[in-house]
Design a protein around this ligand. Structure first.
Ligand code: NDP
Length: 280
């Protein structure tokens, strides 16, 4: 199978991470989420992105366990990410937060654990905790989220292990050219959150035009644009038909001119908070 849900990129430590996964932000605990995770795995998704602050790790974990059994998969065939929340940033606090996430998910390890936001004065202690978890073999890979170049540079001054991933807001209105260049030079894999700009780009005239040229949807064009930039992407849907649509991006390619015209839409505009001005 050649789908991007199944194709992987090697992180700096060699761990294989799927290019395309499922996000579950703003989905509450409950049967809808359990069923959505199972539908995603049935459709070929192998990567699921949650966070302690989404308060849905129990249902994500239940969905994962049921999906593994239903599809005859082993745990190592799925890639599970969670994130430590701002109030738990500290060496001991972060170690405890990791155990709490594992316990809610009902798993004995994560594939990727991220610092959710770069809270000043706190993220270095949290990073030491992630390094401990990594060196002890408790987690396959560690990284950060919402880190600007300045935060990455600061973190790496004292880090023994470099972050393997930076998960940031990324879509055509915020295409992060400086961060992309920096991450590439440092061997840090970028991962896009809100790749569909939470739905706000789906009527965009240029994107609609490109989509109809390829006989694809705007969501598929956005996902393809991430992948052609070498950025991992995790669009969120709880609907099986949209999960299927978002995964069906192997049968077309954006031309260099189309990529450039989408890149030119950048306005440094965010749907989420700016990590430099976030009220932590
Ligand atoms: P997305 O950009 O993925 O957009 C999700 C929205 O688009 C939902 O309303 C969904 O609705 C809709 N949608 C999905 N697919 C389609 C489609 N094919 N056609 C039309 N509409 C569609 O937003 P998110 O903010 O959820 O970002 C994705 C993931 O990134 C999150 O779920 C989370 O895992 C992660 N994230 C991380 C953050 C961080 O700080 N690290 C911050 C924010 C997100 P529906 O479900 O009804 O289909």
């Amino acid at each position: 199978m050649n789908a991007f849900t199944n194709r992987t990129v090697a992180l700096a430590n060699g761990v294989a991470m799927p290019w395309l996964g499922m996000g579950v932000f703003k989905v509450e605990e409950g049967q809808e989420l359990v069923e959505a995770v199972k539908a995603a795995v049935r459709l070929g998704y192998r990567s699921i992105d949650t966070a302690a602050v989404y308060a849905n790790e129990s249902s994500v974990g239940q969905g994962i366990r049921e999906a593994l059994e239903e599809n005859g998969l082993s745990r190592d065939q799925l890639f599970v990410t969670s994130k430590v929340w701002n109030s738990d940033l500290g060496y001991e606090e972060t170690l405890a937060a990791y155990e709490a996430s594992l316990s809610k998910l009902g798993l004995d390890y994560l594939d990727l654990y991220l610092i959710h936001w770069p809270v000043a004065g706190k993220y270095k202690d949290a990073w030491r905790a992630l390094e401990t978890l990594y060196k002890d073999g408790r987690v396959k890979a560690i990284g950060v989220s919402n880190f600007h170049v300045s935060h990455l540079e600061d973190l790496m001054k004292d880090a023994a292990v470099r972050p393997m991933v930076d998960q940031v807001e990324f879509h055509p209105l915020l295409s992060q050219p400086e961060l992309r260049r920096f991450a590439k030079a440092q061997g840090i894999q970028l991962e896009a959150w809100s790749p569909l700009m939470q739905g706000q780009l789906l009527d965009h005239p240029l994107l609609s035009d490109i989509a109809s040229r390829h006989g694809k949807s705007v969501a598929q064009v956005l996902i393809r644009w991430d992948l052609q930039h070498g950025v991992i992407t995790i669009p969120k849907s709880t609907k099986a038909e949209r999960l299927a649509e978002n995964a069906a991006v192997d049968d077309f390619e954006l031309t260099p001119t189309e990529m450039e015209s989408i890149d030119a839409l950048n306005e440094n505009r965010r749907v989420g908070p700016d990590p430099d001005n976030f009220d932590f």
